[in-house]
Design a protein around this ligand. Structure first.
Ligand code: HSE
Length: 429
């Protein structure tokens, strides 16, 4: 056992950082045994030094993160600042000074993962980021390491807890979106500005990271098709229930059948109640991975919060510290397949379309003809009439997204179609 400690710089001390510091202190003896050397919190870089941080020696606090990384004795940096800058520059500075990095920064990894991996490799250091996707759930490491000998063909998951909480409330209480969002805000699940969560940006960043790992290719945030869940209505849930489904905001990553390309998307979708993801309640996350040899795997647990996210950070800290002692590095970026990311129009799935139409002879035939003209086959049709108007719900067989978009465009032009109330994909069947 080495007695000289490995020195750790903590960059950021908010909800996650303070939990990381707490666990490092309270579990110091266990961490020492597991790593084979003590790990010492050698500096904590913060923006507001005057804030009281219980359990952290005030002498460790600094506002100069760069100086902390450059002072010459730091072995590992933990970046829990979030966002693009200054996190990107600090991580690069860490590598340049021979420091390995553990990061929880999904936005940065989704945007600049390739450059950061290259910098880590150039300087012979580690970049670990289990906490960037789905909080406490071990997912990045199982996909990067445990499944490295298999071939992952599909990943489908709930990777945002805030939106899952809102959708679960809508499902279980019949509440509308705004009412459910207000409750999520009051309970501290949703932030004051919930845009990143409800518009799917947070999930899209996680989808980009997972797609790159799953398919050994580069998938950037801009490659991920994204639709938020603010338009999901109580009527959509009622319709989903009639079909034996619920609605989830899903991240779906697929390898094309010919293996020559991949797709990555985030959007709300109906899934059957019998699907394992349908029973993921409240703010939990779950990710369903389909691999050629392993079959179907499901990873489930808390996807956010200080302590759960710190658990993932600490797991990475132990791994990186062990690598450091062994004078080795863990796996770097694996992007050798260089598969292109296909546009959303190429995605093939089923659709639930709700139309407001005139209730008169020939309307149903006109609507059905429009689907047929675009090569979209109808599975079921349900109509409910009232005072000369009707609500028409069409569920299709599998069709290309581009064909469905063309159908909907043509439907909107029909005089008898008063409006397209909602379009939702149907997944997981
Ligand atoms: N805001 C995210 C969520 C947690 O609601 O899941 C951090 O990624």
């Amino acid at each position: 056992m080495r007695t000289r400690p490995l020195k750790v710089a903590l960059l950021g001390c908010g909800v996650v950082g303070s939990e990381v510091a707490r666990i490092m202190t309270t579990h110091a003896d266990d961490l020492t045994q597991r790593i084979g050397a003590p790990v010492e919190l050698a500096g904590v870089a913060v923006r507001r030094p005057s804030k009281i941080r219980e359990g952290i020696d005030p002498a460790l606090i600094t506002t100069d993160a760069t100086a902390l990384l450059k002072r010459g004795d730091i072995d590992i940096a933990i970046e829990v600042i979030g966002g693009i800058e200054p996190a990107r520059t600090l991580i690069t500075t860490a590598f340049e000074h021979g420091i390995s990095v553990v990061s929880a920064n999904k936005a940065l990894l989704a945007q600049d993962g390739a450059a950061l991996h290259a910098a880590a490799e150039q300087h012979g250091r580690d970049l670990y980021y289990e906490a960037a996707v789905a909080g406490a759930i071990p997912l990045v490491r199982p996909m990067r390491e445990s499944l490295a000998g298999d071939k992952i063909n599909r990943v489908m998951g709930i990777v945002n807890g805030t939106t899952n909480f809102i959708l679960d409330k809508m499902d279980s209480t019949g509440a509308g979106y705004q009412e459910a969002l207000d409750e999520a805000t009051a309970l501290g699940y949703a932030e004051a500005d919930p845009t990143a969560d409800v518009e799917g940006y947070d999930a899209a960043a996680k989808a980009a990271i997972l797609a790159g790992i799953a398919f050994h290719t580069r998938v950037r945030l801009d490659d991920v098709y994204r639709e938020g869940m603010t338009e999901v209505s109580a009527a959509d849930f009622a319709s989903a229930k009639r079909m034996g489904c619920t609605i989830k905001l899903l991240a779906i990553l697929e390898r094309a059948a010919d293996g020559e390309s991949v797709t990555a998307r985030v959007h709300p979708a109906m899934i059957p109640l019998s699907h394992p993801l349908a029973s993921v309640r409240e703010a939990y996350n779950a990710v369903f991975v389909e691999a050629e040899a392993a079959g179907r795997l499901m990873f489930y647990g808390p996807g956010a919060g200080g302590a759960p996210t710190a658990s993932a950070v600490l797991g990475d800290l132990v791994a990186v510290a062990r690598n450091k002692l062994a004078e080795a590095t863990g796996p770097g970026e694996s992007a050798y397949t260089q598969l292109p990311v296909s546009p959303m129009g190429d995605v093939v799935t089923r659709y639930h379309i709700s139309l407001d139409v005139a209730d008169k002879p020939g309307v149903l035939a006109q609507v059905a003809t429009t689907f047929a003209e675009h090569g979209v086959s109808i599975d079921t049709v349900r109509q409910q009439g009232k005072d000369g108007e009707a609500s028409l719900v069409v569920v299709t067989h599998r069709a290309a997204d581009a064909a469905l978009s063309g159908t909907v465009e043509a439907l909107r032009k029909l005089d008898t179609v008063r409006g397209v109330a909602s379009i939702m994909r149907v997944e997981g069947e």
